[in-house]
Design a protein around this ligand. Structure first.
Ligand SMILES: Nc1ncnc2c1ncn2[C@@H]1O[C@H](COP(=O)(O)OP(=O)(O)OP(=O)(O)O)[C@@H](O)[C@H]1O
Length: 240
């Protein structure tokens, strides 16, 4: 059984029809990358999985259970976390307070906290500092740390490398590799090199429709396909 199975999912926002029958399956373990041009529907797909938009019609199954009608908090309780593009952290609170708010009980499991410190040493260093004073990369690390401080089966991560320096992107990649050994990651990325280095499977969305699914290795080997689906040469110039 797939960990996450999205079937014929359509999403309307107000009078606009944004997703048109999106279907793909995410298997347990590793990194699944969702690629697509600007405005293709990547964020909308993640938000719909998290219950922040309601599919109509369509289903989202998590471990076989239809979660598409559930509230976001109930979806989170089933073991899915969302790291939004704007990171969703509280700038006026300390790193420690941001982390506490990400726990269900208000307490940390010591070994999980130790893991966060190992993955992201800067968070330990700035533990009692306001999150708003962190650099962009450190804020992104805090946002990911909040998602893994409790046990999760699936983390949805939206464009985590946007605007980050190459060294920070490398550190983020290392952390994701580590995290994905125990937690499945559904990653939306515009940085193709980053996506390629992490992804096992890939789906490409265009104009609210899935236009390709397969392994990342096969997609990466097919330059014509990449160019056709992503206009990758233009796409890379934009992001270099
Ligand atoms: N709240 C909203 N109201 C109206 N239209 C929206 C809203 N959110 C998204 N859209 C539209 O839906 C389409 C898909 O947006 P979405 O953010 O999912 O794309 P994306 O692939 O994540 O793009 P990007 O890479 O630019 O973030 C776009 O045309 C966008 O303008």
């Amino acid at each position: 059984m797939s960990l996450l199975s999205i079937k014929d999912m359509s999403v309307d926002i107000g009078q606009y029809s944004i997703l048109h029958g999106v279907s793909f399956e995410v298997q347990e373990g590793g990194v699944f990358v969702l690629l697509g041009r600007n405005g293709a529907g990547k964020t909308t797909t993640l938000r719909a999985v998290m219950g922040l938009w309601k599919p109509s019609p369509g289903s989202v199954r998590f471990r076989g259970e239809d979660i598409s009608g559930l509230h976001t908090s109930d979806i989170a309780r089933r073991g899915i976390a969302f790291v939004p593009e704007n990171m969703g952290i509280f700038g006026g609170l300390t790193v420690a307070e941001n982390m506490v708010l990400a726990t269900a009980s208000g307490k940390f499991d010591a070994s999980r906290l130790e893991r966060v410190y190992t993955l992201f040493p800067a968070l330990k260093k700035f533990w009692d500092k306001p999150a708003g004073a962190l650099s962009g990369g450190q804020k992104q690390m805090l946002s990911v740390a909040r998602a893994i401080i409790e046990p999760r089966a699936l983390i949805l991560i939206d464009e985590p490398t946007k605007g980050l320096a190459p060294a920070i992107v490398d550190a983020m990649g290392e952390a994701f590799r580590e995290i994905s050994a125990s937690t499945t990651i559904l990653l939306v990325e515009q940085n193709y090199a980053f996506a390629r280095s992490l992804g096992r499977d890939v789906a490409v969305i265009d104009d609210g429709r899935i236009v390709h699914t397969g392994t990342m290795a096969a997609f990466d080997a097919d330059k014509d396909l990449q160019d056709r689906l992503l206009s990758l040469s233009a796409f890379q110039e934009d992001h270099e």
